[in-house]
Design a protein around this ligand. Structure first.
Ligand SMILES: [Cu+2]
Length: 206
């Protein structure tokens, strides 16, 4: 191959690669603290684009385990339409239920993996419990976007691969003093952005 032909092939390859990915993908770093400045772990962050369409791919499924009479994880977030399976890893039976308007359901006393996952087809907060063990509780936030994350022990979360756009970025904590509060920021994500939320939270349960 001549040099000029090689350059042409290489350029065509680059262009094809460029066209295959969205014009520009950016990332969002979020820090969440409570009213005393302490890191707020297990806070859900979700970003809804103002003008770009959501990707057509189906929502990612999730798993909420039951281990030693606890739901693991305590807090989950999924996109509307996602399926969640609830494997019981204990040697005793659990009876998982929710009375939340966003999803009322019950998985009657069972061991192992239920035959069918539960589909969460409406956005909102779903609080789950076990009819046998009153201490068991889990929180699921169902959101109308695939762009979400949960803060780690340091109160940090990041969402990568966001198409450049203006976003409504919302934070929700299961410890919020006002469970209906949805503090949000409008952010221009034309490039990588860092944001901070200060939430009014109840003390962490011991
Ligand atoms: Cu139970």
């Amino acid at each position: 191959m001549t040099r000029s032909k090689w350059v042409s092939v290489a350029l065509t390859g680059c262009l094809t690669a460029l066209l295959a990915v969205p014009a520009q993908a950016v990332s969002l770093q979020v820090e969440v603290v409570d009213q005393s400045g302490q890191p707020a772990a297990d806070t859900v962050i979700y970003a809804v684009p103002m003008s770009t369409r959501l990707p057509a791919r189906p929502p990612a499924d999730a798993i909420i385990d039951q281990v030693r009479r606890q739901f693991v994880p305590l807090v989950s977030v999924v996109q509307t339409g996602a399926s969640i399976s609830f494997p019981n890893k204990d040697n005793i039976e659990h009876d998982v239920y929710s009375f939340s308007p966003a999803k009322k359901f019950e998985l009657k006393l069972y061991h192992g993996i239920p035959a069918h996952p539960v589909v969460f087809d409406k956005p909102g907060l779903v609080v789950m419990g076990c009819n046998i063990h009153d201490m068991m509780i889990a929180y699921l936030l169902v959101v109308d976007t695939p762009y979400f994350a949960k803060t780690d022990a340091q109160g940090h979360a990041s969402i990568a691969g966001l198409p450049a756009d203006n976003y409504q970025v919302t934070a929700w904590s299961y410890r919020a003093l006002d469970q209906d509060a949805r503090p949000a920021q409008k952010l221009n994500l034309g490039a990588d952005v860092s944001a901070k939320f200060v939430l009014q939270l109840k003390p962490e349960a011991m």
